[in-house]
Design a binder for this molecule. Structure first.
Ligand code: F6P
Length: 483
């Protein structure tokens, strides 16, 4: 089997380089080991003919990394436009933030078609294609259109919302029909899977039996594959990172004070505002915790040119300033707020240094920071995870202190209780979570998905008798419709 993994963002394999995405960091060790070729965006754009994809290919462990320059004329409409201003807010149930133009949609489809053409270069008779995430919902259909008959799977790293919310995305119907060209569609949680199938059943009026959808593309199986991490590798990284200069400096600066840590992309789905308000509330409710605990909040800038992200950046900076102004002292800063990314090998040490990990998104597909925080702890003296019940990780990590991220008072009290949790309880909870992490590793996730993809393809009918009537088959048809 020749595995071709596709995602917008790829990891370049250097542990000290900051990575903004859970996806890229999670896939790296498995791609390195399995010998897959990983195709994604180079982060650069290129003018000229869309017919000639340019890829820079380099070795990545036993596999390879192919980085494509995406078409300059369509990149903005694809990435900042349709993917991150229409799909991302909808997938995180923020219908109020959906912004999209017809040009953005046309660009999104052009980039999906461009990627499909680029992938032909890596196709072999025994290829298996595995497409990642919301940037490429229509890529499977584009590949089928180019005559690809090999197995094609898709995994969504974000949540999938209710029918009402997804219907707020322009062209939702043709996009979801296009998704049915995949042999296997994987989601993080049962709820995501149910929401998707409800749309397929009730809005597309298609037959669904035992998670298998029959459409004019043939059969597509829909199933749950919660993504994991490599807990052993992360634990080793954490132990080693304790001597890293950044980690040493942090520990020295604490002077016996306890530390809570939050690590997020600066994204409205992460609940950063409510988290900061919860710390504010905690220092108001329990003034004796001033000087006894501070928060290290790493908020990596992300998608800055999109208005909603620009607004968020100013809002969070203002909140942090207000809280520090209200509670700080000449020699004590309650919140250390950093707008930069860190490599995995430093982050692991920062997690291990913190007695509390706060992961409180309003909506999150899985949230691998939650899993990494747990894996980084010292078995003899583990910290406590405070976790939003709206993160996919809460399904497995139910031994964390689960919170409602909308309930600021409740979060304040829970964080305070985490700080005084006795060692025996911390260990019991940590061991229960580690058992889950060790059972559902990233390696297992990878193997389960590929096995299911191959068996679904072998048993299924992926021939395309007739294209669906509503889905314009080519990106060029989309463009023609709008111009
Ligand atoms: O949540 C899905 C995901 O792919 C994450 O892995 C990552 O945090 C994000 O979306 C992608 O972010 P970016 O736009 O920076 O690539």
């Amino acid at each position: 089997m020749n595995l071709v993994v596709v995602s917008n963002r790829v990891a370049r394999g250097k542990p000290n380089e900051p990575m903004t995405g859970g996806l890229a960091a999670a896939l790296l060790p498995v791609v390195e080991k399995t010998g897959a070729i990983w195709v994604g965006s180079s982060g650069r754009v290129r003018d000229g003919s869309l017919k000639e994809p340019f890829a820079e290919v380099e070795a990545l462990g036993a596999g390879a990394l192919a980085m494509l320059d995406l078409p300059a004329a369509h990149y903005g409409g694809y990435y900042e436009g349709f993917a991150n201003s229409a799909l991302w807010p909808a997938l995180h149930s923020r219908a109020d933030l959906i912004r999209a133009s017809r040009d953005d949609y046309a660009s999104y489809r052009e980039v999906n078609a461009f990627m499909a053409r680029a992938l032909l270069r890596f196709r072999k008779p025994d290829s298996v294609f595995w497409i990642q995430d919301y940037h490429f919902l229509a890529l499977g259909a584009e590949l089928r259109d180019l005559g690809v008959t090999q197995p094609i799977g898709f995994f969504l790293h974000t949540p999938w919302p209710t029918r009402a919310v997804i219907s707020g995305v322009p062209n939702h119907r043709e996009l979801i029909e296009a998704m049915l060209a995949y042999d296997l569609i994987g989601f993080q949680t049962e709820e995501d899977c149910e929401n998707f199938l409800a749309y397929v059943r009730d809005d597309l009026d298609l037959a669904v039996r035992d998670g298998v959808v029959t459409s004019s593309f043939g059969r597509a199986r829909v199933a749950v594959f919660p993504i994991g991490i490599d807990p052993e590798r992360f634990a080793q990284q954490a132990a080693k990172a304790m001597t890293h200069p950044d980690v040493t400096r942090l520990r020295r600066s604490l002077n016996g004070e306890k530390l809570a840590i939050g690590v997020d992309r600066l994204d409205y789905s992460k609940g950063l505002g409510n988290r900061i308000k919860a710390f504010d509330k905690m220092w108001m409710l329990y003034p004796h915790l001033k000087r006894r605990v501070s928060l290290l909040q790493i908020a990596t800038p992300s998608r800055g040119v999109i208005e909603a992200y620009g607004n968020l950046q100013s809002e969070i900076a203002r909140l942090v300033t207000d809280v520090n102004g209200a509670h700080g002292e000449v020699d004590w800063t309650p919140i250390r707020y950093l707008n930069k990314g860190f490599g995995q090998s430093v982050l692991a040490g920062l997690y291990r240094t913190a007695q509390v990990g706060v992961v409180t998104p309003l909506q999150d597909g899985m949230n691998l920071v939650a899993k990494e925080y747990v894996a980084a702890q010292s078995p003899a003296d583990p910290g406590v995870l405070v976790l939003s019940k709206f993160a996919g990780a809460a399904n497995e990590l139910d031994a964390a202190l689960l919170v409602n991220p909308h309930d600021i008072d409740g979060m304040a009290r829970t964080i305070a209780s985490a700080l005084v949790m006795p060692l025996t309880e911390r260990r019991t909870r940590w061991e229960a979570m580690m058992t889950k992490l060790n059972t559902h590793t990233i390696q297992q996730w990878f193997a389960d998905f590929i096995d299911a993809l191959q068996s679904t393809h072998d048993s299924g009918d992926t021939a395309l008798p007739e294209p669906p009537t509503v889905w314009p088959r080519r990106a060029s048809d989309v463009a023609a419709r709008y111009h």
